[in-house]
Design a protein around this ligand. Structure first.
Ligand code: UT7
Length: 336
């Protein structure tokens, strides 16, 4: 009997309406369009505005769109895994809120926190649940409302991040070669000092002092993160390419985490893979943390063909990083 694999059978995304431009940021902090564009590649990012609008708002929109596009009744969904670092609250988890609000009455859900690698890890977990034969329709969503943890007085971080959500449907397939085929993930907790939140967790719960000290916002030492991101993603992509006999000709797409166009360009050079087959949308959305990879797949969906060889790779806070190799399961847009 053929092995059951997990195939992506649909993808959908959601970006909030408000577009924050580089020029608007230049009215908030000491920056300018030239610096942001040349150092990061970002032109605009989307921001979820409004009182008490959490990440689940974007997750619900992405899930509704995915159900509609794939003609899936909500009650058919078995499981939703939501990769996020900005869940609506510490608990309950955002996946549960979203399954309730979309009528997925037979699904269970949980959140997975691996920062910018969250979607990659969640896709791996979702694929294993499908391969095990117990789950027939699994949704993996990557979503972050980064604007809720960004300090808009800190020019070194506020220009980079944006809000957004992307979701994929995973279903079993026995078609030879199609679906998720390989992955390799890594972690290194010593990276915590370069990219973190000081307060708001169990180690340092919120106090008046922590709020006054702006300790609930992202802090990043960009240069070491940049270097580690380049070496981590290049290294793991090379390994996954080598053990699956893939080269610059046979691999159709590389889907890298969208943190900085210079990181993407350097990784492309280091793995000797042409930039015109690398998915890039950082100019529109900035770094949406767990949202970047599915939002890339969504933007490029119409160009994808059944059988395309695709490697996704990410690097993020933790440090966390990895790569996943899959063969795309359907042609063009609209879901399998
Ligand atoms: O997704 C999670 C993983 N995160 C990443 O992968 C991010 C990795 N790091 C980066 O992308 C880059 O390091 C940054 C975009 C964060 C920063 O770019 P950089 O080229 O590494 O700049 P830098 O931090 O070395 O700063 C260079 C200069 C500094 O000024 P001085 O000290 O040379 O006078 C900064 O103060 O640029 C200044 N600067 C800015 N100037 C205008 C920093 N941010 C800004 C800004 N506008 N927004």
């Amino acid at each position: 009997m053929s092995k059951i694999r997990a195939a992506i059978t649909g993808v959908h995304g959601y970006l909030p309406d408000y577009v924050l431009t580089n020029d608007e940021l230049a009215t908030i902090v000491d920056t300018n369009d030239e610096w942001i564009t040349s150092r990061t590649g970002i032109k605009t990012r989307h921001i979820l505005k409004g009182d008490e609008q959490g990440t689940s708002v974007m997750v619900v929109e992405a899930l509704k769109g995915l159900l509609e596009k794939t003609n899936t009744p909500p009650e058919d969904i078995d499981l939703v895994i939501c990769a996020t670092v900005t869940g609506d609250s510490i608990f309950p988890d955002t996946a549960n809120i979203a399954t309730y609000k979309t009528g997925m009455v037979n699904a269970f859900g949980f959140d997975l926190n691996a920062a910018c690698s969250g979607f990659l890890y969640a896709l791996t977990v979702g694929a294993k649940m499908v391969e095990g034969g117990t789950h027939k329709k699994v949704i993996v969503v990557g979503a972050d409302k980064m604007s809720s943890i960004i300090d808009y007085t800190d020019r070194t971080t506020c220009v980079i991040f944006g809000d957004g959500a992307g979701a994929v449907m995973l279903e079993p397939t026995t078609e030879p070669g199609v679906g998720v085929l390989d992955y390799e993930h890594h972690g290194d907790g010593s990276g915590e000092k370069y990219l973190y939140l000081v307060a708001g967790g169990s180690r340092k719960p919120a106090t008046v002092d922590s709020v006054m000290a702006r300790e609930h916002f992202v802090r990043q030492n960009g240069r070491p993160v940049f270097k580690a991101a380049v070496s981590g993603m290049s290294d793991v992509v090379k390994k996954v390419m080598a053990r699956n006999d893939l080269d610059a000709d046979s691999l159709d797409w590389l889907v890298p985490h969208q943190a900085n166009i210079r990181i993407i360009q350097t990784v492309s050079k280091m793995v000797d893979f042409p930039l015109d087959k690398v998915m890039v949308n950082i100019q529109k959305y900035g770094n949406t943390t767990a949202g970047t990879l599915p939002l890339c797949l969504w933007d490029y969906e119409s160009q994808l063909k059944k059988g395309d060889d695709i490697i996704l790779t990410a690097f993020g806070g933790g440090f966390t990083w990895g790569a996943l190799y899959l063969k795309w399961a359907y042609d063009g847009s609209g879901g399998a």
